[in-house]
Design a protein around this ligand. Structure first.
Ligand code: AMP
Length: 540
């Protein structure tokens, strides 16, 4: 027997319509590259998204067409999220930090009809335009008088494009399983692969993200995503914050600690989100300058493992709650979030941070399990570790136009991460499967060693890789960047691990470098480090 409830489809257009009806005067504040502030409201954003929708329709864009953006977190990018998806087209966010060849590749692979871009990227666009014959127009997101000098054919000014269009659009009632967004993974090898989000997955993901034991968002919050709108839709915050009617602060391209602190204080930001590197830089800045964080009460940290020392500094010294989160482009991205349970009430701060350094519990909607090489499920005891598999309504089932490539294993997505899960459901990543160090038949977690290393006050960033060893097969090598003006010796640093890890986990050696290589999404490029240092053992 079927239920007799309305089968209202879950659509992205309903999020902004809800916001404008219930929070029409709530602000969206943006900063541009020059530091200038732009302010308007959800009602304004709704009107301009409708104008964009009308302009795209007039330009011949139809349901299922793909429209790209290459832009920072700002109000025009926000309008693109809603204007493009609202008409049933697909908002393809391009990460400008991808390798150049990959940018042309994904524009062609996605068959983008138009590319909306921040004028600051004009040189990059000029370089790729001739290699992207399908693109009908390159739309610079600026006013006419801000248009970049360029001989580019089909260059369009965003404000001219939407100006004069009606401020109302009859959003179509789409199939909720139709695509609304596209984001390519920044693979370090092979071509990037497209993850195609649906209206249904996006709305469900936003609803779940906002819940109290997740990001805990409300109409009384001011939310500032530092996570990029060009990488996994800024962790869904442009949808979830809008859904609850929070004030939104979009920080633009300047993500240095000083600019962030200024926004925290001036805009009374209560919740922010970003990768650990941003917050490591912020804490160093706070320690040096004595700057404060205004009304900030919570930081969501994910994208890479959040070291315990960072959690302790933010919570104990600056009174800001840390929510450690794990996810992937393929998981929209929220998979787990680390919030406490009632049973943790009596813990000391140090005991709490021990738990918070784990990546957290799967939110409702995301099922997780760990398996061994034969695919047999392992114990949820916090000790056994194996390949992490996930499934759920906002987890990718196949890659865009790669339907023939097997993505799932028995209905589960292999994440490529190695993890433990404890009896309370807290998952802890011990490594990417290809980064785990295999020493004498046992596994050593490179992430655990990196987290310990950055706990040393002189260390800014650390990478641990396995290098070939004649007896043990692989041994850990620690590669570090030291804070400016500080120093630490090899022996002192190695001694720092004593008593904190089993003896055989301790790195064999230390290399001091000026900087570490990163991927387009800010993750350590360990494949390059392994190549650079593969002969290190034999040289030593
Ligand atoms: P991406 O698809 O570029 O967002 O990368 C996803 C990958 O980032 C995951 O599979 C993990 O390897 C890594 N990752 C994300 N969040 C965390 C976290 N909190 N701790 C450790 N690794 C993480």
């Amino acid at each position: 027997m079927r239920g007799l409830m309305m089968e209202t489809p879950l659509l992205v257009s309903s999020i902004i319509r809800h916001a404008t009806l219930n929070h029409g005067d709530t602000e969206i504040v943006s900063r541009d590259a020059s530091g200038a502030t732009h302010r308007y409201t959800y009602a304004d954003a709704y009107r301009r998204s409708s104008q964009l929708a009308n302009a795209l329709t007039r330009a011949g864009v139809r349901e299922g067409d793909t429209i790209a953006t290459m832009a920072w977190n700002d109000y025009r990018h926000f309008e693109a999220y809603y204007g493009i998806s609202g008409i049933g087209a697909v908002c393809h966010t391009i990460n400008p930090r991808l390798f150049h060849e990959q940018i042309a590749y994904i524009i062609n692979h996605a068959e983008d009809a138009y590319v909306l871009f921040d004028p600051g990227f004009i040189e990059m666009i000029e370089r790729h335009a001739s290699g992207c014959p399908i693109v009908k127009g390159w739309i610079a997101m600026c006013e006419r008088n801000e248009m970049p000098e360029s001989s580019l054919k089909n260059l369009i000014c965003y404000e001219d494009f939407i100006g004069g269009e009606p401020e109302h659009y009859d959003w179509p009632v789409l199939d909720e399983n139709s695509a609304c967004g596209l984001c390519y993974t920044s693979g370090t090898t092979g071509d990037p692969k497209g993850v195609l989000y649906s209206h249904r997955s996006t709305v469900l993901h936003a609803m779940t993200s906002a819940m109290p034991d997740a990001m805990n968002l409300s109409a009384r919050d001011t939310v500032m995503p530092v996570s990029s709108m060009f990488h996994v839709m800024a962790w869904g915050l442009p949808y979830s914050a809008t859904m609850v009617g929070a004030k939104l602060v979009l920080p633009g391209p300047n993500l240095d600690p000083e600019s962030l602190c200024q926004l925290f204080v001036e805009e009374a930001v209560t919740i922010t989100a970003g990768v650990p590197t941003i917050w490591l830089g912020l804490v160093a800045h706070l320690q040096k300058t004595g700057a404060r964080l205004g009304s900030l009460k919570r930081i969501l940290i994910g994208g890479a493992a959040c070291p315990k020392s960072l959690i302790a500094a933010l919570e104990d010294d600056y009174g800001v709650e840390v929510v450690h989160a794990w996810g992937m482009t393929e998981t929209s991205p929220i998979g787990t979030l680390n919030t406490m349970k009632a049973s943790h009430a009596g813990l000391t701060a140090a005991e709490r941070h021990e738990i918070q350094a784990k990546q957290g519990r799967g939110v409702f909607g995301v099922e997780m399990k760990i398996v061994d090489d034969a695919g047999v499920e392992l114990a949820r005891d916090g000790v056994a570790f194996g390949d992490l598999l996930v499934r759920g309504p906002w987890i990718c089932s196949a890659y865009h136009r790669l339907g023939h490539v097997e993505t799932l294993r028995d209905g589960w997505l292999p994440t490529g991460d190695v993890a433990t899960i404890d009896a309370d459901g807290y998952m802890q990543i011990t490594d990417r499967s290809k980064d785990v160090i295999k020493s004498g038949g046992e596994w050593i977690s490179s992430i655990a060693l990196e987290n310990l290393a950055v706990g040393h006050p002189a260390i800014r960033e650390a990478a641990v890789i396995g290098i070939p060893h004649p007896k043990w097969s692989e041994r850990p090598l620690l590669i570090v960047v030291v804070n400016q003006g500080e120093s630490v010796s090899r022996d002192e640093l190695l001694g720092f691990f004593d008593g904190k890890v089993t003896k055989w986990w301790k790195p064999d050696d230390v290399v001091f470098v000026d900087e570490l290589p990163h991927t387009a999404t800010g993750k350590l490029l360990k494949a390059k480090l392994r190549k650079d240092y593969e002969l290190f053992g034999s040289r030593a």
